[in-house]
Design a protein around this ligand. Structure first.
Ligand code: ATP
Ligand code: MG
Length: 292
């Protein structure tokens, strides 16, 4: 494996370039352009309660490009702007300025086309507790206009993927937190979306379920070429399954790269992603505020 001029190893460049002796960053931009971009934002900003006393700038000039089939992790402290980004991209709220698109469809002016392409697990997602897993999935499948045959096939496959076959007919209120979380991911997958937004998919679940959820996300992305944007505080999941991560701090994207490169550049003694993110947030000069 070769090192680039910054002393970092870059497998992405190696796979996509031969023996070119161009500046790595130029090659990187060139390769990104050649590939299909699934999610793009340009100077995306969000101010809540604008011109009021409690005005909050949740997102500031966010520029991201996420390739088709990529798993991208959005990291950052509580209130960093992760959910705000997901909400804008899934057409739930409008940005104050800037633009965002899914496969070149603008999330505001072409919102119905965008909605057809995406599946979403919101941070505050709930399920119909008195329904079974099958009924929950079937209800969403009907809402999305799927034909009976497609509904049956998709639901059978998803129930298998999330390993809920034995309990599929039980009422959701009798499920554990991890079972509910897995069902929520399956629900986001109904209609075979091309882009999946998962806001904290592993929140509140144990290590075994977390591992299972990681496998599910990775399988979906790599076998079905689905693009995944997930926000997470779970650094192990981010490190293990994300192709790239972006670190948000107070609405600003302060770093973006593959987990190994983020670790190499910013981690200290611990040499892991958590350490890198803590250092990064500290480096911006207001770490004390974050931990208050
Ligand atoms: N509807 C709203 N009205 C006013 N302010 C809001 C609203 N939603 C979010 N905010 C504020 O915007 C900022 C970003 O919030 P956001 O939910 O995007 O953060 P987050 O990174 O998802 O945090 P967490 O990790 O806690 O989920 C925070 O300061 C939050 O209080
Ligand atoms: Mg959030």
């Amino acid at each position: 494996m070769k090192s680039n001029k910054y002393g970092t190893k870059n497998t992405f460049l190696q796979e996509n370039t031969c023996e070119l002796s161009l500046e790595p960053r130029i090659i990187h931009c060139f390769v990104m352009r050649m590939e299909t971009i699934a999610i793009a934002t340009d100077r995306l900003s969000k101010i809540y309660n604008m011109n009021r006393k409690n005005e909050v700038q949740a997102l500031r000039d966010l520029n991201i490009r996420i390739k088709k089939g990529e798993i991208y992790g959005l990291l950052g402290e509580n209130g960093a702007g992760k959910t705000t980004t997901v909400r804008i991209l899934t057409t739930m709220i409008k940005a104050t300025s800037g633009t965002a698109s899914i496969f070149e469809n603008d999330v505001v002016t072409e919102s119905s086309a965008v909605r057809k392409m995406l599946g979403c697990l919101p941070q505050d997602a709930g399920l119909y507790e008195e329904f079974s897993a099958i009924e929950n999935l079937d209800f969403i499948a009907k809402l999305r206009g799927l034909k009976q045959e497609d509904r049956k096939t998709q639901i059978t496959n998803l129930i298998k993927t999330i390993n809920l076959e034995e309990r599929k007919n039980d009422r959701v209120e009798t499920y554990s937190g991890g079972m509910k979380r897995r069902l929520m991911i399956a629900r986001a997958m109904i209609g075979e979306p091309q882009v999946l937004f998962l806001d904290e998919p592993t929140a509140g679940i144990d290590v075994l379920v977390s591992r299972r959820v990681r496998e599910i996300i990775k399988t979906l992305a790599k076998q079905n070429n689905i693009t995944v944007l997930m926000s997470t505080h779970d650094m192990i999941s981010a490190e293990r399954i994300c192709d790239r991560v972006g670190v948000l701090h107070k609405g600003v994207l302060i770093a973006e790269d593959t987990p190994p490169k983020i670790i190499q550049e910013y981690a200290g003694e611990q040499n892991d992603l958590e350490d890198a993110v803590v250092n990064l947030i500290g480096w911006t000069g207001d770490s004390d505020e974050v931990f208050e």
